[in-house]
Design a protein around this ligand. Structure first.
Ligand code: FMN
Length: 165
């Protein structure tokens, strides 16, 4: 079979912009977290959210043993925290020493500088390719601030990731 022609697809996705999140997890021991662009609301009734975690990431290895994930949205005012979680790996750096956080619902790490967050119970995990899809059922959250300038893919697209995907 002929190789697929990806030119149109590559051009289309290069035009896209969307919110990016910091996703955190804990499984018994130290917390983990990374910047995630592959994330989307996936159902209304019941409410569901899908997060894609790269198999290369430290966060993926911790999330494999977790029951819940926390999904954080940031105002551009705190883009430094988003950059920290996207450009450094928990394999070499303790990112949680460099930001303020606390244990929230289901003992999931909550980043204090986030403008909004929710905690989701992991309902399912399934392969997406080089990422694994985590299907989440939201169980708790906080939306305390007005949020008009959330960090989007366009703000961080040139950030060198802590791990290659
Ligand atoms: C713009 C951008 C989008 C990213 N999207 C994802 C993603 O959807 N899923 C993922 O697992 N990693 C994604 N990453 C990569 C991780 O955030 C990055 O490699 C991080 O340093 C991994 O940290 P960890 O090893 O501590 O988990 C993205 C990075 C950038 C810069």
């Amino acid at each position: 079979m002929a190789e697929p022609d990806l030119e149109a697809f590559d051009k289309l996705v290069s035009l896209l912009d969307y919110p990016v999140f910091v996703v955190t997890a804990a499984a018994g021991g130290a917390p983990a977290g990374c910047l995630v662009g592959f994330a989307s609301q996936a159902s209304i009734h019941p409410p569901r959210f899908l997060v894609g975690l790269s198999e290369q990431n430290h966060t993926f290895r911790v999330a494999a043993g977790a029951t819940h994930l926390a999904v954080h949205l940031f105002d551009r005012e705190h883009i430094d925290v988003v950059e920290l979680f996207g450009s450094r790996s928990g394999d070499t750096v303790n990112k949680f020493d460099r930001c303020t956080w606390h244990l929230g619902p289901a003992r999931t790490p909550i980043l204090d500088d986030a403008a909004a967050w929710f905690v989701g119970r992991i309902l399912d995990r399934f392969p997406l390719g080089d990422h694994v899809g985590y299907l989440l059922e939201p169980v708790d959250g906080s939306m305390p601030h007005q949020l008009e300038r959330w960090v989007s893919f366009r703000d961080v697209r040139d950030l060198p990731p802590g791990h290659e995907a």
